[in-house]
Design a protein. Structure first.
Length: 146
């Protein structure tokens, strides 16, 4: 949760120098960029938003992530959303809306939305005996699957 808030929402709130940044538009992670491809982070913020950062964080920051998803879908529409979901990057600051996908960013969005919706990913993960054994050995408490 803290990493999402620092690398996404927090960075965007602090650095309002870029058009559109705020609680409804944030997301720093590696993606396509105005410089082809870049690792966007608080120390290297070029004004490019990577939707996968907010979307795939939905299980950790559901309220904040849903604000971004709604904003992207309702206010940017076809500029950021295509037949396979959200495109990889966008920037109102630079009028940069490449209609391109990057598979490594699509996967986390799909799986985390489903995990948020149904919990399927966590349920399957927690059924793995080696995971349970590891958590037990580390002293973690968790709800045992049925």
């Amino acid at each position: 949760v803290n990493q999402t808030l620092i690398n996404g929402l927090g960075a965007s709130k602090i650095k309002k120098k870029f058009k559109g940044y705020g609680e409804n538009l944030w997301g720093l992670t590696a993606s396509y960029s105005i410089n082809f491809y870049d690792a966007h982070r608080p120390g290297n913020d070029t004004g490019v938003i990577s939707p996968t950062a907010a979307v795939s964080s939905i299980v950790y920051t559901p309220e904040e992530s849903l604000k971004v998803i709604r904003n992207l879908y309702e206010n940017y529409g076809d500029k950021v959303f295509g037949p396979y979901g959200f495109y990889d990057a966008m920037s109102p600051e630079h009028n940069f809306f490449p209609q391109r996908y990057l598979a490594i960013d699509q996967g986390p969005m799909v799986s985390m939305i489903e995990n948020y919706r149904s919990g399927l990913g966590w349920k399957l993960f927690m059924q793995i005996p080696e995971i349970q054994n590891g958590l037990d050995r580390l002293g973690f408490s968790y709800q045992k699957p049925n």
